[in-house]
Write a protein that binds this ligand. Sequence first.
Ligand SMILES: [Zn+2]
Length: 387
Amino acid sequence: MNAPTLLVDDPILIRSPFGAAHPFRAERGALTRSLLEACGALAQDEVASVSRLDERLLHSVHDGAYLEALVRAGRGERVGDLRRFGLGTGDCPVVEGMHRVALRAADATVTAAELVADGTARRAVHLTGGLHHAHRARASGFCLVNDLALAIEHLTQRHGLRVAYVDVDAHHGDGVQAAFYDRSDVLTVSVHQSGRTLFPGTGGEEEIGSGAGRGFAVNLPLDPFIDDDGYLAAFDELVPAAVAAFRPDVLVLQAGADAHWRDPLAQLALTGDGLDAVFARVIALAEHWCEGRMVVSGGGGYDAWRTVPRAWARLWARLAERELPEELPAAWRAEWQQRLGVRLPEYLSESARPDLDARATARAASHAMAVATRVATRLAPLWSAAA
Ligand SMILES: [Zn+2]
């Protein structure tokens, strides 16, 4: 019998660690959950609560001095040299209680990993996770604690599983890549807008892992304005081959929704259907190679109200094998429009399409395919040597 798909959630996770004025809108998770409930696509017994994180696991991924600085700053204590830890910046301002939210979010993704590893669930999802920029000793890019690195470390160390990590956020998954760069039991794949034009600046095709991990870091950097077809063709050229060569036991997906054309912080040009097709491909890879076992986090997504809830609701519907209505429930719209003071979409599908320069999209598509082919060709011998 197939174990179910579970959503891991906690009341504290409706708060952003950085407060209400920050672009990282934690309410996206709650908005998505509430949409799914209103559509009858998520039942009470499909929601799992968060278990406490093991301190040893936390210290295996993050440096002790950084964790101490994070906790002290979050408690309002004075910390010398905050900037050394990436704290007190525009991206990661110091806000009271931020450490509690960040650590709970990490607990939630690790809980999702444990539910899958122990067989309780085949797929487990934590929508307010996906903090892929957090480094061992430094906060970065809205990310304080690297919930994904913790979840992957839990799967490898506690359960001895081989983990394929696929990150489709518009930004390079630098923190997760760095955590496993020299490891052969974790494959990291990141498809993102090139670091030449977007934060964090890394994720070039030449980053392929080092030592025992050589060949097991895979990067597909894309130019701005790539559309659905260009993205999917390049993805298909590289990602399935990498996962097939690696033969994972479990797949971890960072499902950022900021590759969408409306996203104000990135310049890729996927539609809602395009994002859905990307998620479908990753799910199919997990079906084929991992008996469906998947740990899924949210991630970026800064067109927070129009784009993200629909993208993640469609992702959940695929994972849990549910149908969503085309017309979104009026009661859900009314409640959240009032709470958030914004207009929410009426339909699941998008009618608007990006207005793209055809030459720029064609150039981005052929560049992406060339990169994907080069990376696959370069890595194939490393993959077969490791097999
Ligand atoms: Zn992002």
